[in-house]
Design a protein around this ligand. Structure first.
Ligand code: C5P
Length: 221
């Protein structure tokens, strides 16, 4: 029998803490991790650098099809150049969310994402991990947090990295991006059927990670 490696999907809005939580859950279980947003951001960065028209759906999908990406323990190489910090810029995240509704782009990234599903298991974070990419995942999490808590977290993160940030601008960008991700017709941000909704507004990272590990114990136990 061909049993696929287990996957825990963690979907949710921007800055809900998905990335950090996904890495921590993965390391507690000794599993791999897929930051699917990074693939959308890498495509957006390439679109910017190659000066491609973001409205040109076929050209954007072609960029995704031919992305030369290496994820390594200390960062991400795009065409041999380190870009882990560049893709975190707000401009890149905003463009990622503008190109993300493109069905040809999403199709181009599907097999790349599924290729991360290797033993002993995968924690995959994004918007459509539970609804589209890993529909058969044995545990699906929908991680939410209040928009002002998320904007404050993002502001703190950017300032810690030495990147200038303005809370009011972040809050309005985040509301716009949430609306785009929720309202789009292709793979909208929505809890998958059977997903457990975890609200991290008043939880520490440790508590959020523990809540997910407890849910996983419930699945395996
Ligand atoms: O998660 P992150 O903020 O890095 O993702 C950037 C953008 O990429 C999101 O705003 C969303 O529009 C898009 N995205 C997506 N599907 C995913 C992951 C990210 O559409 N699975």
């Amino acid at each position: 029998m061909n049993v696929l490696p287990p996957v825990i999907t963690i979907d949710g809005p921007t800055a809900s803490g998905k990335g950090t939580v996904a890495h921590r859950v993965a390391s507690a279980l000794g599993w791999g991790v897929l930051d699917s947003g990074a693939l959308y951001r890498l495509t957006a960065l390439s679109v910017l650098r190659q000066q491609i028209d973001p409205q040109d759906a076929a050209a954007v999908a072609q960029v995704a099809n031919t992305l030369d990406v290496v994820f390594h323990p200390d960062g991400i190489l795009l065409n041999g150049l380190e870009v882990a910090e560049d893709i975190r810029q707000e401009q890149v995240g905003n463009l990622a969310s503008q190109i993300a509704p493109n069905p040809a782009l999403r199709a181009a990234l599907l097999s790349r994402q599924r290729a991360f599903r290797t033993l002993p298991g995968l924690v995959a974070d994004g918007r459509d991990m539970g609804t589209v990419v890993f529909q058969d995942a044995p545990l699906k999490i929908f991680l939410v947090a209040d928009v002002s808590a998320r904007a404050q977290r993002r502001c703190k993160q950017l300032i810690e990295k030495g990147i200038s940030a303005n809370l009011a601008d972040l809050l309005s960008d985040m509301r716009e991006r949430d609306a785009r991700d929720i309202q789009r017709t292709v793979a909208p941000l929505i809890a998958a059927p059977g997903a457990h909704v975890v609200d991290s507004s008043n939880l520490t990272i440790d508590q959020t990670v523990q809540a997910i590990l407890d849910l996983w114990s419930g699945v395996t136990g």
